[in-house]
Design a protein around this ligand. Structure first.
Ligand code: ZN
Length: 361
């Protein structure tokens, strides 16, 4: 198979937007073009030059939020699943790749599978070198999103967002169970990330439907219909029922409430935080990464809100299992801090761990 070169424009060696360049003898492919997660974090595509195709793993902002930079790399044809193209407003001019199947992009055979992380999200496997896998973000624990096992790959760029973290989602649920049982709390959440997982858990475990924001209701309806192929079996019916029957969030905060945005900087969560942030009830719980300077950080730092992680990325043990199952010889941990390098080296051994900007495979 043809050799190729990977250049991490952004996303390897620290938390940053996803943007990777893969070059073969015949084609230059850009994988993801993200923004953030922190304000002002744009990938530096100034030296990239013209690319032949842009391929998106999923629609989250840190993977697809910098599309306005596309003209700097020659406005290449965009490839993503139909669901992601639609969410990004590019159904008309994008090229749809399958959720689980094979595509031919610029002469390279690309296999895809569901990433267990987001609607329409996929991992991408390229028939280059001894196989090259880019997981984008992924998860194997999601009760909502399905994950497909990828094929063998000698080199893998995997989602190491969580560094050496190892607690299972069940531990997160245990830590949150007293909050759920208390029956009164505000959870600022991203509507198309972990919100459907948490709302589904509350509905199942407590037998009560939580109060949900308008953006989450719209997201649940979409997940249960046009995005149902991204879901685990039987989940669409459950999400559809929550979308139909869960009560809206009342003007005065009450009950278990799920509302966007996740850092409470905007949307219904921002209004609710403004309404009750100075009182000591209801409890406010953040469950995912929040950028500095956001209401989330202020409220957690002051002790008014709590932070309890709800896993949406793989644990180190998940990454090790994945690298073994695909027989990877070279592992490039992405989206995580370089301070975990020694932990990664120990965990992935005998595979080689690299966080250099360039890797030839
Ligand atoms: Zn993501």
């Amino acid at each position: 198979m043809a050799m190729a070169r990977l250049t991490a424009i952004s996303g390897v060696g620290g938390k940053g937007p996803a943007c990777l360049l893969v070059e073969t003898g015949h084609a230059r492919l850009l994988l993801d073009l993200g923004y953030g997660p922190n304000p002002g974090q744009w990938p530096d595509v100034g030296g990239v030059g013209r690319v032949d195709a842009l391929i998106l793993s999923h629609g989250h902002r840190d993977h697809a939020g910098a599309l306005k930079l596309a003209p700097q790399v020659g406005s290449p044809p965009m490839h993503a699943t139909a669901s992601v193209l639609s969410r990004l407003g590019h159904s008309g001019d994008g090229n749809a790749i399958p959720l689980n199947g094979t595509a031919e992009i610029c002469g390279v055979t690309v296999r895809t599978g569901r990433n267990g992380h987001a609607p329409g999200g996929v991992w991408l496997h390229f028939d280059l070198g001894n196989g090259f896998l880019y997981t984008g973000d992924y998860g194997v624990e999601s009760p909502v999103y399905a994950f497909d096992e990828p094929p063998p790959a000698g080199t893998v760029v995997l989602d190491a967002s969580y560094g050496d973290y190892g607690a299972p989602l069940d531990d997160c649920i245990t830590r949150l169970s007293t909050v759920f049982e208390g029956g009164s709390a505000l959870f600022p959440v991203p509507a198309d990330g972990r919100a459907p997982e948490m709302a589904g858990h509350v509905a199942r475990a407590r037998g009560v439907l939580p109060r949900i924001g308008a953006d989450l209701r719209a997201s649940l309806e979409r997940l249960a219909s046009v995005d149902c192929d991204s879901l685990r079996p039987g989940v669409a019916e459950e999400l559809s029922r929550i979308a139909r029957e869960a009560p809206p969030i009342a003007a005065r905060p009450e009950g278990l409430m799920f509302a966007g945005r996740a850092d409470a900087s905007d949307g219904e969560a921002a209004g609710l935080v403004a309404a009750c942030g100075r009182e000591d009830r209801p409890e406010i719980v953040f469950t995912g990464y929040y950028p500095p300077g956001t209401p989330a950080q202020r409220l957690v730092d002051s002790g008014r809100a709590r932070y309890v992680r709800w896993n949406v990325h793989p644990r180190l043990s998940d990454n090790v299992a994945l690298a073994r199952s695909i027989q990877a010889k070279t592992v490039v941990p992405a989206f995580g801090d370089a301070r975990y390098l020694e932990a990664w080296r120990a965990a992935f051994s005998p595979a080689r761990v690299v966080i250099e900007r360039q890797v030839v495979f």
